[in-house]
Write a protein that binds this ligand. Sequence first.
Ligand SMILES: Cc1ncc(COP(=O)(O)O)c(C=O)c1O
Length: 316
Amino acid sequence: MSLPKTEKIWHNGKFIRWDDAKIHVLSHVIHYGSGVFEGIRCYHTEQGPAIFRLREHMQRLLNSGHIYRMDTSFSLDELCKAALDLVQENKLGACYIRPIVFRGYGDVGVDPSGCPIEVYMACWEWGKYLGHEALQGGVDVCISSWNRPAPNTLPQMAKAAANYMNSQLIRMEAKANGYAEGIALDVNGYVSEGSGENVFVVMDGSVTTPPLANSALPGITRQSITTICHDLGIPVAEQMIPREMLYIADEVFMCGTAAEITPVRTVDRVKVGTGARGLVTKRIQDEFFAITSGKKADRHNWLSPVGTPATAPVLR
Ligand SMILES: Cc1ncc(COP(=O)(O)O)c(C=O)c1O
């Protein structure tokens, strides 16, 4: 797969050409993983393209930077506007937006204080992360032999580039063993999250997800699902989840900007529920996609419309 190029990338407040968005090999981020980033979806709606939960993503970006003492000179409003302008500038409809803040070229040493903080934002056309069929039919996942980082090691409330070395181990191992994804446990053996998704369990009509203290990212889709459950009258709570609960649950699903809401049909080759997408998962999915497609009212103001109607093809 190669990245579908667009015309422009946003860099420190200016648009530059895609091919000019290059950094030096001695940039701090390359050696020490000193970057924080976001993954954001822009959806096609009947009213034109609209970015899902833009402010929440940009706030998490600022929070991630703050944790690592990487505050930028850009405000929340400026970053949100940059994302909207970027999609418009590239004449895209449905797409993926990737802002990143990192320590650039200056000094090579662990102490990053001599390196400038760079902010880039790119966007490109993007389809379904785990495939179209996954959203309906579900995926087969395993429990990873890799744990998520323990508390007070790498902060998991930051969406930091360095965290994704752990995610890569989880993902590569899952793929090598024929699974679509891996779910990692935390340092105490409780369910944490997937390599790029939060995890939900449905049992006896109630929905639960691990608390952030189990080394899970404060996922924005996770938070949206909690709100949707409240709206639909489905009981929802944060709860520590032992590994074996995944095997005996009625339904399990994973969620994230990339995976959206993906049912899990087996865990470690053990069938979950009926081994097909469950009814509660479908209800939540239907509501989520009705809102993100603009078919249902955006009652929580989750969508930020991009200026002009899209001319690009619609990705579904
Ligand atoms: C490790 C990890 N957990 C959870 C998520 C889901 O977060 P969100 O719903 O904000 O995309 C992601 C995706 O960004 C992730 O990489």
